[in-house]
Design a protein. Structure first.
Length: 238
């Protein structure tokens, strides 16, 4: 699991004079896969401009796999506003990836919390939410921590040693024959792109028939039904 951005970020606040007086709502944005660091740096200004209109982006921090930012308000935001914020961030992400084929970006939003210690808590929640947002397989998704319900329980299992053991057991038949991880890369890309062989082929730069054949091989090795939503989610998390 990625290291929480909270601790390092909070240490910088006093030095840089970032605003944390009031209620802070954190936003964590993750780019799926292995992002190009130079590309992320080049995109920061555009993302900041888009987010500023929503009250985020005034203080944006680049990380190895994305960005962290937050909004600050004098009064505690009402729970009814969470859905509006999530939808607005979703629109920003869809506009951000438009014209950038293959780019997949996910966001998580923490609860509004007061002060520096509250910001740290909201940051941790936002990262948890952004990690779970990736499970849907779409190119963009936004998840508010307060709207996750059962998914938070699932995330707790996902972060546990028990899940690590489950994942190792589930994937072992493929790992034993997939020395260059070609099958696993195909599987991850396939699930992240709504089980589309065409999109997967475009992302990986291979022929569509190659993807189909690899997926058939994966189904046989893992003995899973990727058409079943529960089994598909379990494999995707693993």
């Amino acid at each position: 699991m990625p290291e929480s951005p909270g601790t390092g970020l909070v240490r910088q606040i006093g030095t840089l004079g970032w605003k944390v007086d009031g209620w802070c709502t954190a936003l964590d944005i993750q780019v799926a896969g292995q992002p190009d660091q130079q590309r992320l740096l080049a995109l920061t200004d555009e993302l900041q401009h888009r987010l500023t209109e929503l009250g985020f982006g005034t203080h944006i921090v680049e990380r190895p796999n994305g960005w962290t930012t937050w909004s600050t308000s004098g009064a505690e935001p009402q729970t009814a506003s969470y859905g509006l914020t999530s939808r607005a961030v979703g629109e920003v992400l869809r506009a951000f990836v438009a014209g950038r084929p293959g780019m997949r970006v996910y966001a998580g939003i923490g609860r509004p919390c007061a002060g520096v210690s509250g910001l740290k808590k909201s940051l941790a929640e936002a990262q948890e939410a952004s990690t779970i947002a990736q499970a849907g397989g779409t190119r963009t998704a936004v998840q508010h921590i307060d709207e996750m319900g059962m998914q938070r329980i699932l995330f707790g299992w996902y972060a546990s040693q028990e899940f690590a053991d489950f994942a190792a057991t589930l994937l072992r038949p493929a790992l034993t024959v997939d020395r260059d991880e070609e099958l696993l890369r195909t599987l991850e890309t396939y699930l992240d792109n709504e089980s589309s062989p065409t999109v997967t082929a475009d992302v990986l730069g291979v022929h569509g028939n190659t993807v189909v054949n690899r997926v058939v091989r994966i189904r046989q090795l893992l003995s899973v039904d990727l058409d079943d939503p529960d089994q598909r989610l379990a494999v995707q998390l693993a």
